[in-house]
Design a protein around this ligand. Structure first.
Ligand code: ZN
Length: 250
């Protein structure tokens, strides 16, 4: 099946990035009933050459470390005992902090990201915490050395904080190129996760995920978690490639 990418769960934030709590509760119940949700560390060992998991298997990830995940997703994740990974923007956890500047569809109020205390609480509950870079910059815009420093700084900061290894990276907005993938490897990650919207290479540093958005019901989740979805979508987008450029919202 596939690796799913959510962002926040938030009743008030009207954005593709924020599932409504009821929608997410339905997803969690559906996944628990119809899929074997495995930890991301297990999923990466079960991927085939095209980045697909064995039939019936899924993995659950959240990007950006929004506080809404703790408040509105965690209860459902715990109720159904779903292994979960959250990709954190490391600089949001420093003393100086970092606003969620990268969100293109923000609400009229400041978006809260997880605090250090909340991250440690999640770790103690068994939630897997990994890297979403230092400051959520579009990594292909950085030169390769700068990119490597950003990714290494994030990994080392999170490893110090969590007292454990941080081998996984989710590229901000899923964006990567040859230099970014090399930088991720040199910065010490074993795997890095993308959000392909068209034909893309697949390897340890370009593991595909499927984005799930506000308004997606469990029927959409079923379609998106089909092993064929990545391939079929690639074919559709390939045909439409000469048309509009698709918005990267992650
Ligand atoms: Zn992100």
């Amino acid at each position: 099946m596939t690796i799913l990418c959510y962002h926040s769960v938030d009743p008030a934030w009207e954005s593709p990035l924020a599932m409504r709590p009821g929608e997410f509760a339905d997803h969690a119940a559906w996944l628990a009933r119809h899929r074997t949700v495995v930890p991301l560390s297990e999923a990466v060992n079960r991927l085939d050459r095209r980045g697909r998991l064995p039939r019936g298997m899924a993995a659950l990830t959240f990007d950006d470390g929004f506080a809404g995940v703790l408040e509105h997703a965690l209860p459902e994740v715990q109720r159904h005992r779903l292994p979960t990974t959250i990709f954190l923007v490391a600089q949001t956890l420093t003393d100086e902090g970092l606003d969620a500047w990268w969100v293109r569809t923000p609400p009229p109020w400041p978006l809260a990201t997880l605090t250090v205390e909340e991250v440690l609480h999640l770790r103690d509950l068994g939630v897997d915490l990994q890297s979403h870079s230092w400051a959520h910059q579009d990594l292909p815009e950085l030169d390769e050395d700068r990119c490597e420093r950003d990714l290494r700084q994030s990994r080392e900061f999170l490893e110090d904080l969590l007292h454990g290894p941080v081998p996984f990276l989710a590229y901000p907005r899923g964006l990567h190129d040859d230099g970014v993938r090399r930088a991720a490897r040199r910065a010490g990650y074993s795997h890095a996760f993308a959000l392909p919207e068209g034909p893309e290479r697949v390897d340890e540093y370009a593991v595909p995920r499927v984005g799930i958005h506000r308004g997606n019901n469990t029927r959409t989740l079923w379609v998106k978690s089909q092993p064929r979805y990545l391939d079929a979508r690639h074919a559709r987008r390939h045909v439409a490639r000469t048309g509009r450029r698709l918005l990267k919202i992650g």
